[in-house]
Design a protein around this ligand. Structure first.
Ligand code: ADP
Length: 419
């Protein structure tokens, strides 16, 4: 779209080019590609979608046009051998909605990159040196960074002229003091292998902590917030005056809270024990702790809805899984309270945090002495809006703030390319 400028009489009308204002956000997994196209003038969504089973049999693209009077999602099932084929199919669907990736209105492509190490503390415009650095971090993120790089390379092929911005899951946590980031292991070994606590979900923790300050009518610099990001993966963070000072995930996303399929904290000696006593090799233990632990390990289900349904039917394993999950959560709330000294808000986000009222209630139960109380009626309200669930005069606000990682990635990428 272009808008005409007032033209002097007799001269041809001057057409002022519209500033590019769209950002495509890409989240590339090893066999998947999630995307959203946003209009940064009003942060609205123009389209979103997902390609699954890339490079496998039965690749599938589901595309949702979201602009003006949103149409029904469209589905394509056809062989997509690699991410290049997948992104081309996405580009065709966007073009069919008049939102082609060749449009001059596209300002940037924002890529979610899981591991930025210590090096990447900010969103970064991607060039060959940035790609080389993301590659160098593969040993600490062997599953995620290669997939993210595939998305980056594919998008660069498609629009080599366009700024591509990497937004790192770890960046928000790079402000953690050394006392929180260091493991107490032999320092030379740790340094040689870049072993330290990096943290993940940073884009969500950044967005949600800022949004919580707004909910309280304060500037982020004025408030101390504990953010509980409870999705399939789960992590907590302590944010002092807008700056992250502690988070629960570590070298990898395995540390910390009980998750859908990950154990979170365990005694590291469990690994030696499984090797010596059960004869398991490292890959087997890795798969056990990452894929067959957490809620699924405890009760066979990782979906909190199903776990609540089973508890209502009197299922003991589901009850125990819920209790272990909540106990760990409460431990982290207490620990981060101590880290911060003063807490203004505890905020729940992501699939479980936004939807599971019983988890929120149980996590805060018994913490009245810390000023933490949940109002049962407010907690029961279902809404997609940021909201308080603590009573009006509570000392510490308890809140639910829906996360929006795509909007945060787009906002950061757009701010960077617009200077
Ligand atoms: P991720 O992005 O990490 O895959 P999400 O943030 O989408 O995960 O969270 C997914 C999880 O949210 C599900 O596994 C389920 O446990 C939980 N969840 C989603 N909806 C509900 C609900 N209505 N009630 C309880 N839990 C829910």
């Amino acid at each position: 779209m272009t808008s005409p400028s007032p033209a002097a009489e007799g001269s041809p009308p001057v057409i002022a080019p519209l500033t590019p204002h769209r950002v495509l956000v890409l989240n590339s997994g090893s066999s998947s590609l999630k995307y959203q196209l946003l209009d940064m003038r009003d942060s609205s969504r123009l389209a979103s979608g997902l390609v699954e089973r890339i490079g496998e049999r039965g690749s599938r693209l589901v595309h949702s046009p979201l602009a003006g009077g949103a149409a029904e999602p469209r589905e394509r099932t056809e062989p997509m051998a690699d991410h290049t084929a997948a992104l081309k199919a996405v580009a065709e669907e966007l073009a069919a909605d008049g939102l082609g990736l060749d449009s001059p209105q596209l300002a940037a492509i924002g890529h979610r990159v899981v591991h930025g190490g210590k090096h990447f503390t900010e969103p970064t415009v991607i060039d060959d040196a940035v790609i080389a650095e993301i590659e160098r971090l593969i040993p600490v993120a062997p599953l995620h960074n290669p997939a993210n790089l595939t998305g980056i390379r594919t998008a660069r092929e498609l629009r080599p002229d366009l700024p591509q911005v990497a937004v790192f899951d770890t960046a928000f946590h790079t402000t953690m003091p050394e006392a929180a980031a260091r493991y107490a292991i032999d320092a030379a070994t740790a340094d040689a292998h870049r072993i330290r606590r990096y943290g993940f979900h940073g884009t969500s923790h950044a967005y949600v902590s800022r949004r919580t300050a707004a909910l309280l009518g304060k500037d982020p610099s004025e408030v101390n917030v504990i953010v509980l990001h409870l999705g399939n993966g789960a992590s907590a963070s302590a944010v002092r005056g807008g700056v992250c000072v502690e988070t629960s995930m570590g070298l990898t996303p395995l540390e910390g809270l009980v998750m859908g399929t990950r154990s979170g904290d365990v005694d590291p000696a469990v690994v030696f024990h499984l090797k010596r006593v059960a004869g398991m090799d490292i890959d087997e233990v890795d798969a056990l702790l990452n894929k067959r632990s957490g809620l699924v390990g405890l009760c066979g289900d990782n979906d909190m809805r199903e776990i609540r349904r089973r508890i209502d039917e009197g299922d003991e394993a589901a009850r125990l899984a819920f209790d272990v999950y909540v106990h760990r959560l409460k431990k982290y709330i207490g620990a981060y309270y101590a880290v911060l000294g003063r807490v203004d808000a505890v905020v729940f986000t992501a699939g479980v945090g936004e939807n599971a009222a019983p988890v929120r209630e149980a996590a805060v139960a018994g913490l009245e002495e810390l000023g933490l109380v949940v109002d049962a009626e407010l907690n029961a309200v279902r809404s997609g809006e940021p909201r308080l669930i603590s009573p009006a005069r509570a000392r510490v606000a308890v809140a639910v703030v829906p996360t929006d990682e795509e909007l945060e990635i787009a906002t950061q990428a757009y701010a960077l390319v617009r200077g």
